[in-house]
Design a protein around this ligand. Sequence first.
Ligand code: ME8
Length: 642
Amino acid sequence: MSETCHKVTITTPIYYVNDIPHIGHAYTTIIADTLARYSRLKGHETRFITGTDEHGQKIEEAAKSRGKSPQAYADEISGKFKTLWDEFDISYDTFIRTTDEKHKKGVQKAFETMYNNGDIYKDEYEGFYCVSCETFFTQTQLLEDECCPDCGKQTSIVKEESYFFKLSKYEDRLLAWYEEKEDCVLPKGKKNEVINFVKQGLHDLSITRTSFDWGVKLPDSLHDPKHVMYVWLDALMNYITALGYGDDERYMEFADNMTHLVGKDILRFHAIYWPAFLMSLDLPLPKHIAAHGWWTRNGEKISKSKGNVVDPREVANAYGLENFRYFLMREVPFGQDGDFSQKALIDRINSDLGNDLGNLMNRIIGMSGKYSDLVIDSSNVRTYHDKELKEAEALLENIEEYIYQMQLNRYLETLWKVLTIANQAITTHEPWVKMKEGKTEEAMALVALVANLLARVAILLSPVMPKTCDKIATAMGFSINTKTYQSLYHDRALLETFTIQKLPALFPRIEEEVLAVKEVVSAKKEKKKKEKTDGIITIDQFFETKLKIGTILTAQEVKKSDRLLQLTVDVGEDEPRQVIAGIKEYYNPADLVDTQVCIVANLKPAKIMGMLSQGMLLAAKDKEGLSLMRPEKPKKSGTPVG
Ligand code: ME8
């Protein structure tokens, strides 16, 4: 957001439909909602976009494993996101789905434009792909030669015809942009990481796939129906298709001032690929790409696969939606990770919200009830309390900077400093003593000072806690809107004389944890436990691995792979097992048939290049090559080893 522009777009990532919404998704969405509400309060015309990312191999596989069509599955999960955001009163203007026809049309137009601009060419892609992250990697980027460096999961080898985007062409322009626009990527530390990444050199990006078809087809003009678009190209385009790109383009002027909120996990896509695509399309670049940290539990990232998710609906129901919003914005400095705990949330509610904010409201109601029949008159505030007022005004003067820098925790801290001025003024000036001394005018001026400070805090806090602040404002006889933001905050006007309405306690005290959130054993702790044993295991631990003798029944090469063979192995069960083994370089398939091997029989089945592998062969490998472990004498298939 910038001070001068009056058409503003705020976005969240569009969420994958393979996962139901958890606290991490809620965090991004609530920050974006806060920014959008703030922008509207200032009087900017604002488009707030959120939605779901529904194409790609990951979604296709997730749907298949549930026996559903990708579209039916996407409809179901996308609906869960939308329902939750509606329940959470998220003020989005557009909920975009990448399966929307208008979106697909826009993506095709973008592809065609980039192609016509000479930025797309056809070649062959050979490398590794992580389905979970929907990301391509080169061999050197992998962990232990085969695992994704981002999520640690097994990658698969991809070798297929592909269209490429000339990302390398944009290296210099990207570096110049980072240099020229100081706040284009926030926070600064993350921006430096992006710059370093680009400086190491950018490879052209594979932007189509042919090995599955759950994606947007290429534009008809390319006459190449076997390709679908790479899911990240499709997904990033949502930010403009949601403004009508390629269709009714009436909102495209909002593209001049875009703020993208993202988690740090997907910053590279937003800070490198996305601006390069926009450059190719000759469209304006984002104003801010702001990357926040992760919510963790016991130090581990929250995700469904780790089984440590925190359901945001449960937290909001248990502790109050707006209290939860406040906690999320206040607890963690933007960009850093935060560990979710109910204790920290309860502390914030009881202390910041109950003691500092709620109590101040009660004190105003209590004092004005005793001194002036609940009437609050600001006429003498400047006479008696100019100092406190000026102090608060100085604090609030540049508070917006914190919003532009995404430092919402500092923004809230500053508002709380104003509440402290108000609470301290009561303690210092002891209006009850003034009343006893007959100095009614002074006592009433003090109450009016405090009410005015609270009114300004309520206006500025409203993007974070809209309903609570509306209640406070209504009780004080005004509404929160652009006009009052301008007069009471910006122009420093004082409240007109009003009669305050009594309110029930805004933040009832919470004595103990309300939610029975399942405690998860931290994998880090588990690891430490293992480390303590210096790698020594007990006999029981050894026997947790079931090793068996197997007889290879068939063996053939896996097409498009230099490493893999597809085997069927009899391990004494009703059906032989399929095993995908990385031994192609060392064995001729025909020589393997009818030979015996030793197989890990209780390994969780895995998919390798889309094929199920139901076990692992034991082998020894050194400089001279690889040798399979076999029984010295033939044994019956299925004989246990140990
Ligand atoms: O990445 N803590 O979608 P996604 C904080 N479809 N934020 C978290 C989080 C956590 N533990 N877990 C998730 C995608 N998030 C793509 C985006 S955009 C063109 C395409 C939030 O469903 C965070 O904002 O995996 C993160 O970037 C996003 O959810 C990832 O959502």
